[in-house]
Design a protein around this ligand. Structure first.
Ligand SMILES: [Zn+2]
Length: 528
């Protein structure tokens, strides 16, 4: 680590951010020296066996991520693994199980098995044995090198700290850090953040007083139904409405005169949980915002097509615990959401319905029924793009159906759709499937589709607001504190409402939009 990093520490937060790096490197040295401290041969061999197995497993986990997704293990990857289930994990593995990746796993496993055997058979390591061990370990731990060669990541990397100052951190140290330490470090970070948020979300009831105070905008028509559709891994670069060369929006295309398409919206991260938290928690204290809508008279629904998630152990479930009605449909096709949406729309009173699509989550081909298998390709690259585009085509139909449910009600309703984050499907580098990762952080991973639909009754009840929203379509917006825009759509005012953060408000202020682990400022560039 650069020495100036230590000198620049200003507060506890900075220390917390940098301490694990120093701490785990200390542990690394100890682990490496530990065998020399054990004189008993049986213990020594046991250590070799256990440490070898542990290193093998850690290398295979972290290495598979590196060779398949193309980047190092980080908090987003760790969170995804900790909050996944067997079905999702299998789909992920199948999506990335190419012959090359499987060959790498087998080579790494053989390398480690050989190391262990050689070490166990040689009580006093000879030079030749040590050399073979070293080469096998280096080969097995090659993911750092692969990552470095593939992407040419800068050796020195900027990291922003609380004072606004940017530190240069030596990136090689992070990339080449031992897999066990990488897993320990991300596990530590995951536990710390996860426990913090879960604890916080459970205290939401204590803030009920804070939730009150929502009142309609004077003279406005409060919509009876607000539908917030949260897409999954959809990139606007694959939407024909945004200029993509394949016709992936035939249904929404027919509604072009009815919808407002926002052209410059990006996500704040590439991990679902992080993004959802940042969309739906308050800016000052990270409290879920749903009780504010409930207190203002909306019944809140969270209906998700994604995999089943425990109420208390998974962050998204924890985040939405304060919704009045919650339903996780366990990895169904997104069209299943339409019936549940219809039921909620038809119930009396004001309804705010959050629909979490499964959208374009890997594996893409599992996200749509057979009749949407329209695009095909010859090469592996073209096939993968085709499957991704099929999932976008399917989302197009599901969104059109959701709009149809609202249209037939003939009352003041609106729908907003935004994807949680995008995905880089051969978009920024022609021959590389970069998937998504905050360390690589290409623009394509963040550029999301964003549209709004207003019923005619909503339009006539809120003509000034609709006009302002129409004028806002080319604003550069990031979905941090997205609830501010939802509150504006619901025509509500509340002490936490900040018009400078609502993309629809005339008072909106365009800010620098930071993306990726290094906090780079986003600028539109088709090649990035
Ligand atoms: Zn996601």
């Amino acid at each position: 680590m650069a020495p100036e990093a230590i000198l620049s520490l200003r507060n506890h937060g900075d220390l917390k951010a940098l301490a694990p790096v120093v701490y785990y490197e200390g542990i690394a040295s100890f682990i490496a020296l530990a065998p020399a401290l054990v004189p008993v041969r049986l213990w020594s061999r046991t250590w070799v066996l256990l440490a070898g197995l542990l290193m093998a497993m850690a290398t295979i986990v972290v290495g598979f991520q590196a060779v398949s997704v193309g980047t190092r293990w980080d908090l987003v990857a760790h969170t995804a693994v900790m909050q996944t289930n067997q079905r999702e994990a299998t789909e992920f593995l199948l999506a990335f199980a190419t012959p090359l990746n499987l060959a790498w796993v087998i080579a790494a496993a053989i390398g480690f098995a050989s190391c262990i055997v050689i070490n166990l058979r040689s009580p006093i390591p000879r030079l030749r044995t040590s050399l073979i061990t070293f080469i096998l370990c280096a080969a097995a731990s090659s993911m750092g090198l692969i990552h470095f060669c593939r992407y040419g990541t800068p050796v020195r990397k900027p990291v922003r700290i609380s004072t606004g100052k940017t530190l240069m951190i030596c990136n090689v140290g992070v990339n080449f850090r031992h897999p066990i330490l990488t897993l320990l470090a991300t596990s530590y970070n995951y536990n710390a953040t996860h426990d913090y948020y879960m604890h916080l979300f459970q205290q939401v009831a204590d803030h009920s007083e804070r939730s009150k105070g929502g009142i309609p905008v004077v003279g406005a028509t409060v919509p009876r139904v607000v539908v917030v559709v949260i897409g999954e891994s959809a990139s606007r670069r694959h939407w024909s409405l945004y200029g993509y060369h394949k016709e992936t929006n035939p249904e929404l295309g027919k509604l072009e005169s009815e919808i407002l398409l926002f052209s410059d919206v990006i996500s704040s991260s590439v991990g679902t949980q992080v993004v959802l938290r940042e969309m739906f928690t308050e800016t000052s204290i990270p409290m879920p915002i749903f009780p504010v809508f409930s207190a203002a008279g909306f019944k809140t629904h969270w209906i998700s097509a994604q995999t089943p998630q425990g109420e208390t152990d998974v962050e998204v479930a924890g985040l939405v615990q304060s919704c009045n009605h919650r339903l996780f449909l366990n990895a169904v096709y997104d069209e299943s959401l339409v019936q549940f949406m219809r039921d909620a729309v038809e119930s009396p009173g004001h309804q705010m319905i959050f629909l979490n699509l499964f959208g374009s989550h890997v594996r893409y081909e599992d996200r749509y029924p057979a009749q949407y298998d329209r695009f095909h390709g010859d090469s592996d690259k073209e096939k993968l793009i085709a499957k991704y585009d099929n999932s976008i085509l399917y989302t197009d139909r599901v969104l059109a159906e959701m709009i149809a449910v609202l249209r037939e009600r003939h009352e003041a309703t609106c729908l907003v759709y935004v994807s949680d984050h995008a995905e880089d499907v051969y978009d920024s580098i022609p021959n590389m499937y970069l998937f998504r990762n905050d360390a690589i952080a290409t623009n394509a991973m963040y550029e999301v589709p964003f549209l709004v639909w207003f019923s005619p009754e909503y339009r006539s009840g809120n003509p000034g607001f609709v006009k302002a929203a129409e004028a806002a379509r080319s604003r550069g917006y990031q979905t941090l504190a997205f609830f501010q825009s939802v509150m504006d759509l619901a025509r509500l005012r509340h002490p936490v409402f900040d018009p400078t953060l609502s993309v629809f408000a005339p008072e909106f202020v365009q800010r620098d939009r930071h993306v990726g682990a290094a906090g780079r400022i986003y600028r539109w560039d088709p090649k990035r």
